[in-house]
Write a protein that binds this ligand. Structure first.
Ligand code: NAD
Ligand code: ZN
Length: 366
């Protein structure tokens, strides 16, 4: 029942293991990778209450010692404060160069502990055990780790690949449905970028994925990871305009919505991405470069599963002018033009820095 997806990069290779109840087998799965029988587990309080015991039981059965580092849940944990706390704990507990750090949790835990692993003693082995759909299909694969700073999101970090990713789809049973849906948005996004077959598969099977039918859920995670592995293989360090950048479809506008609303849970990242993708399709249709029927199809699918497709779908007021100001502010801070990912249709993306302000304003007002 376990699916194995190899991720091949220039100087490393690792497997993404996908399937139900893999957490129970973690000890056995990890043993061949360990040079000593000791690990550190970083986990947030929510995930610890549901899944930590399963992992530690399995480690104990394989005679692997562990220490647990507990962090609070939420985006605010991806900060200097908790980075310092995790790093200090590792050092105070005499972590050694070969001792792996296991991230058990969502993207917040993975990004924070991956950055700690990348930097403590210039690099500890790192193991991802993602427990949200978003982290299973997106953040645990690809090697981006980091924290937020007062200036903005994800501004401090490192490319640091894990030794293995263990995506136990059974852990998603405890995940709130809204979080599941937000992760699903990133799967659809992958299809929209350059895999129309994946998008069609989502149109046909979205309901089954979202009702957690095991076979479909596993296949969705596998397809999304295969997509991401293909993209990062050709652009491990985000150096080409046709590489990792494309993963940001819907994200410039999405991040603006998130930032404007303040990361307090009113909008989840995946919800913002779904809406951001819809806005990009509408924009490109209005620019005359994307067929209306493709845009209708994208909106229809997001709407049918319950994701937002227009700013009006959000239950709180947002001003087009302040969104635009936010977008321009980010651009000034980074001293660049906003790089938009535009579309010629489903599965046909390209990058562009030439989106006219008046087109954006019109889009945001509708
Ligand atoms: P998250 O880690 O905050 O998890 C969401 C919530 O679900 C948290 O409250 C968490 O405690 C809870 N949770 C996690 N697993 C659970 C489970 N199995 N059962 C019940 N509750 C559970 O958020 P996320 O959506 O996983 O990740 C978002 C983060 O990922 C953002 O910080 C984003 O920047 C980052 N990200 C990184 C990359 C990358 O390439 N590194 C890519 C995309 C997103
Ligand atoms: Zn995203």
């Amino acid at each position: 029942k376990m699916r194995t997806l190899p991720v091949t990069l220039s100087n490393t290779q690792y497997n993404v293991l996908i399937g139900p109840n893999l957490l129970q087998q973690a000890g056995t799965l990890l043993t061949p990778l360990l040079s000593q029988k000791k690990v550190f587990i970083v986990v947030d309080e929510n995930v610890a209450s549901f899944h930590l015991q399963t992992l530690t039981n399995s480690l104990t059965l394989s005679q692997i010692e562990y220490e647990t580092i507990l962090i609070p849940p939420g985006e605010n944990t991806k900060s200097f404060k908790y980075y310092e706390q995790v790093v200090n704990t590792l050092l105070e507990k005499n972590v050694e160069r070969q001792t792996p750090v296991i991230a058990l949790g969502g993207g917040v835990t993975g990004d924070l502990s991956g950055f700690a692993a990348a930097t403590v003693l210039r690099g500890l082995p790192f193991i991802q055990i993602p427990t949200t759909l978003l982290s299973q299909v997106d953040s645990s694969v690809g090697g981006k780790t980091g924290i937020n700073t007062p200036t903005g999101k994800n501004l401090l970090g490192a490319f640091y690949q894990p030794q293995i990713v263990i995506a136990d789809t059974h852990t998603l049973n405890t995940l709130p449905q809204r979080e599941l849906l937000a992760g699903y948005a990133e799967i659809v996004k992958a299809g929209l970028i350059d895999d129309i077959e994946l998008f069609e598969w989502c149109e046909n099977n979205g309901e089954k994925i979202l009702s957690k039918e095991s076979h479909y859920l596993d296949e969705a995670v596998e397809r999304a990871c295969a997509f991401k592995a293909r993209i990062i293989k050709n652009d491990e360090f985000e150096q080409h305009s046709k590489g990792r950048n494309l993963l940001n479809l819907g994200h410039s506008l999405g991040h603006t919505l998130e930032a404007e609303l303040g990361y307090d849970g009113r909008i989840l990242h995946g919800e913002a991405v779904a809406l951001g993708c819809c806005l990009i399709f509408k924009l490109c249709t209005s620019m005359g470069i994307c067929p209306q029927e493709d845009t209708d199809r994208v909106l229809h699918h997001f709407k049918s599963v319950g994701l937002p497709t227009s700013i009006r779908d959000l239950s709180f007021p947002l001003q087009a002018s302040s969104l635009l100001r936010h977008l321009q502010h980010d651009k000034k801070v980074k001293n660049t033009k906003v790089l938009f990912i535009l579309v010629n249709g489903i599965g046909k993306t390209f990058t562009s820095q030439d989106v006219r302000e008046e087109d954006l304003l019109k889009l945001l007002m509708n």
